[in-house]
Design a binder for this molecule. Structure first.
Ligand code: GLN
Length: 283
């Protein structure tokens, strides 16, 4: 079923590419790659060039003067706080998008698990939080082009007897509530073995305290948590490979198109690569 949906998503993406619509997806445990499309790939496919011809910026059709982003600022390097300031890859990309749209960015910090509801209730205009495109979420919200890739990773204590995904059977796993790590771990290892925390950092504290044996979380936050804490290691395994995108209210094509146009421009002119490169150093 998952594979079928993925193939449907791929076909849909191909059919609708001309209408600047794409569907993205995640790949787990050898599932077939779904239709993850980046702005750059879309440009390559259609040969479109947002607005290089006119030299105008992408200022979209949306009338918004303030654009509200719902996020969970406990997910370095994508969104976190330095003092009172919101920083990170998503924050900077969102600021650049807002500028393209001629709007001021306002950030609303909330639990990750509340973001989609908040988008759908119109409390925020979009959700951006290293959010993975999944078939289930596509039923609830629309996603823009993917602007980054994430990999679900496993953090353990140094010297742990957990060396592979198979070793996680029957172990206590910590996750962040409502994330793909939560969903996959609960599916694969049983809800009874999964403890859900409001923040990834709290799951890491539980790991250090011996309350859980492993934490499943996205690779870049995993690296950040391991760098900040002694005695932790990341398993050399990719639990799931995912596309990150921005969520907008279902059917809000005006905003979706405007953000996609901005993403295309910011991809083409190198802004997105520069922002990602600032926070993630090549290994
Ligand atoms: N990429 C994961 C997801 O979308 C985790 C995101 C997050 O915790 N901010 O579920």
């Amino acid at each position: 079923m998952k594979k079928f949906l993925s193939i449907m998503a791929l076909m849909l993406a191909l059919v609708l590419t001309m209408a600047a619509f794409t569907a993205c997806g995640s790949t787990k445990d050898g599932d077939e790659t779904t239709a993850g499309t980046t702005a750059a790939e879309n440009n390559a496919a259609t040969g479109t060039d947002t607005d290089a011809d006119t030299g105008a910026d992408t200022e979209g059709t949306t009338e918004l003067t303030t654009i509200k982003m719902g996020t969970n600022a406990a997910f370095p390097p994508y969104e976190y706080k330095e003092g009172d300031a919101f920083v990170g890859i998503d924050v900077e990309i969102a600021e650049a998008i807002a500028k393209e749209l001629g709007a001021t960015l306002e950030i609303v910090d909330m639990e990750f698990d509340s973001i989609i509801t908040s988008v759908n209730q119109g409390e925020v205009d979009f959700g951006m939080a290293g959010m993975t495109v999944t078939d289930e979420r596509l039923l609830e919200v629309d996603f823009t082009y993917s602007y980054a890739t994430g990999v679900q990773s496993v953090i353990v204590l140094d010297g742990s007897d957990i060396k592979s995904l198979d070793d996680l059977e029957g172990k206590k796993i910590g996750v962040q509530l409502g994330t793909t790590g939560d969903i996959y771990a609960s599916d694969d290892y049983g809800t009874e073995n999964v403890t859900k925390y409001g923040k990834g950092a709290d799951a890491v504290i539980a790991l250090k305290g011996g309350d859980v044996d492993a934490v499943i979380i996205d690779n870049e936050p995993a690296k950040a948590f391991v760098a900040e804490n002694e005695g932790l290691a990341i398993l050399d395994t990719e639990y799931a490979v995912e596309d990150y995108a921005i969520a907008v209210k279902k059917g809000n094509t005006e905003l979706l198109d405007d953000i996609n146009a901005a993403l295309e421009k910011l991809t083409e002119d190198g802004t997105i690569d520069a922002i990602i490169g600032k926070y993630i150093k090549a290994e």
